[in-house]
Write a protein that binds this ligand. Sequence first.
Ligand SMILES: Cc1ncc(COP(=O)(O)O)c(C=O)c1O
Length: 415
Amino acid sequence: MTDAGFAYSNLFRKDLPPPAPRWTGFPKYNFIGGHNDPVRIPAAALAEAATSVLRRRGADLALYNFDGPQGYLELRQLVVDKVAQRPAIKCTVDDVLITSGSGQAIDLVNGLLLERGDTVILEEFTYGGALTKLKRLGVNIIGAPLDEEGLKIDALARIIEDLGRKGIIPKYVYTIPTVQNPTGSILPLERREALLALTRKHGVPVFEDECYADLTWDGDGPPALYAIDPQQVIHIGSFSKTLAPSLRLGYAIADWQAMSRLVACKRETDSGTGALDQMVVAEYFSQNFDDHVGGLTETLHQKLDAMVEAVEREFGTAIEKMWKPKGGIFLWLKLPDRIDVTKLVAPAAKAGVVFNPGPEWSCDPDTTKSHLRLCFALPSKDMIREGVAAFARVCYEETGIPEQSANVRRTRRAD
Ligand SMILES: Cc1ncc(COP(=O)(O)O)c(C=O)c1O
């Protein structure tokens, strides 16, 4: 780095994203993104797993993609066994591609199907990262309405039929059916079947993102869409939420017709996903998956309770709607229409609080200015309570809402 700066910045590509700010560390109350619970990272067991697998297979690191371009065989087998148990997917290691996070799987599926000007259907509230990628690709994004149970199939049918009348067949319907991000809903079996019947009728593939499907409060949910109709669906998942996001491991499951192309696309992108990460996760999870995920889910559920309690105490009736999630790590909320949460971002950050404003998690940003998403996985229960109180204070100072929060806080202090 020189004082004068890079000499060729005039040659930077024209449509670059805005420059990143220099990182200044994490804020005190971090409700942003999809971090995990640090106390639940099994660091000692991962160290043992690393030692044991390196002793056994360490020499293989001399090769690129030593188990082939789809990834470490033991990890693919673990995925096969894991998805057979929970969302009831029957597949083989040949149907699984290990990716560098499920974010890469999204890029690969987009690379497989999308060209500029194409149309895709997403859930009206959805994963912000998926939206960012699609905007960059220049595709038309249409939001399909959700209710407490997930995608409203009749409304989706109307959207697909309207598009059909204009001669447009969407390239896919992207859905997060089990523990939807951000609402936390789980799509019931009848709607899954209806969704598959509808999309099959119109020749539209389904892109199923199951990042959070292992983290449900009430055990097994309905089968994955891929489990019901593998020819209609490309399925992706992640180890970020069940273990650790910094590992950067995810996977795609697809039949060979699509898989052979995804593998080819990945080979154009990288020279393989980090093998050591794959080896350690396979080694650890082949012994501990159920115990680890069971314990983590319990912790997350307790943290959700702490967050719901704090939000109800601090915001009271100012919360117009709270989607109580059926698993996962997020709480999705709506404040009164006259609050524009994007205007709270800067003052909240000054008070050490960061959160995800609704417009970034929505196909229609203008109608979600009073929505927000809070991640409860990373902070401790005490930090959740303190952070939500600090956020309510900022909200009150900036908007006069929640009116009753000062009284509530006084009552608590007097207790
Ligand atoms: C629905 C969904 N899909 C995909 C991802 C990407 O996760 P990763 O790349 O860490 O696997 C996320 C991250 O939060 C997500 O919420």
